[in-house]
Design a protein around this ligand. Sequence first.
Ligand code: BMA
Length: 385
Amino acid sequence: MAGRLFFPLLMLLAGCSPVWLSAQQMPAPSDPDATRQTRALFANLYQLAGQKILFGHQDDLAYGVYWHREPGRSDVQETCGAYPAVFGWELGSRFGPDNRTNIDSVRFRDLTRHIREAYDMGGVNTLSWHLDNLVSGGNAWDTSAAVRDLLPGGQHHRRLTDQLDVLAELLTGLKTAGPFKKPIPVIFRPWHEHTGHWFWWRAKSCTPEEYKTLYRFTVDYLRKEKKVHNVLFAYSPDAFKDSAHYMLHYPGDAYVDIFGLDYYYRPENLERIREDLPKKLSIVAALAAEHGKIPAFTETGFEAIPHETWWTEMLLSQVRSARIAYLLVWRNARNASKPGHFYAPYPGHISARDFVAFSRSEPMLFQDKLPNLYKKPKRVNSGVR
Ligand code: BMA
């Protein structure tokens, strides 16, 4: 007991105050029925934010710039010797009886296998959803109005529940190997980047109330109708002006676990992002703290990484003091399918050496050094570095 009090006291005096939280004070997932491992994942990510930053990569195990479907391969691992700690996967474009692959040609059966592999490695899985415009029949980038018609009472509501039915099956089917077959926890990030102008659920194509209803309906349907309890939900706007703008479409504390941000580096924004990114991440972290949620940099990257030292001199220097649990860079599309569309290096790439330094830098955490994220932490601090 004396030791437990002494250490925090010492840290306080040293000016770096990890405030230990009791079980009652510890924020919990938004789902009161979340599985034990999902609760543990929430607690661990909550506590890690501000101490370490987990590195994530979209589709890491499925393909790389120069390979496709080769077990054990990963551009990240082959470049720096460690797999990512967070694995992003995509669900779009639309589930259907004849559709066995997602929008990026990953077979659903491979996707669920990779989720299991990532879990077995101790990693975190996060799912994005570039769902087709279910009203027009176009893809996710068809911005014609659709949200209202898909809500309860809307003329195409059924099209949404049909998709959610398949998604629920996929989510409840994610089970650990071995005799106990426990549900594998995942982060689900629906209706992302709504402050951008490119998806049909964008701010311009529906009202804030309609967006919130869409988000809440998605969560409620999965939880209440389909008994899905292995999911943490992420809210991830793209660019935003200020806290009020960030919160304008927020569905509420009962629906969200992770406060995210999607923000990319582009040749034309390098000057602006230098100051803007730390500011935005600190707003996200402050709001997350206020609401007892996990702050994260849910999508980022610099397409083709055209600067040799981008990882340490730009990305790391701009996130190093941010309180975020993880950051995720986007996919490494195969050169044969979409040349130049990659966000992590591969061996021989001009930024490979710098990526190694980044991977070994103090705040970054890759799969090889992960603590057990699926076991309740013994004691939880507030995540102050
Ligand atoms: C986009 C691009 C597309 C891809 C989509 C969904 O950012 O990478 O090529 O189909 O994400 O993963």
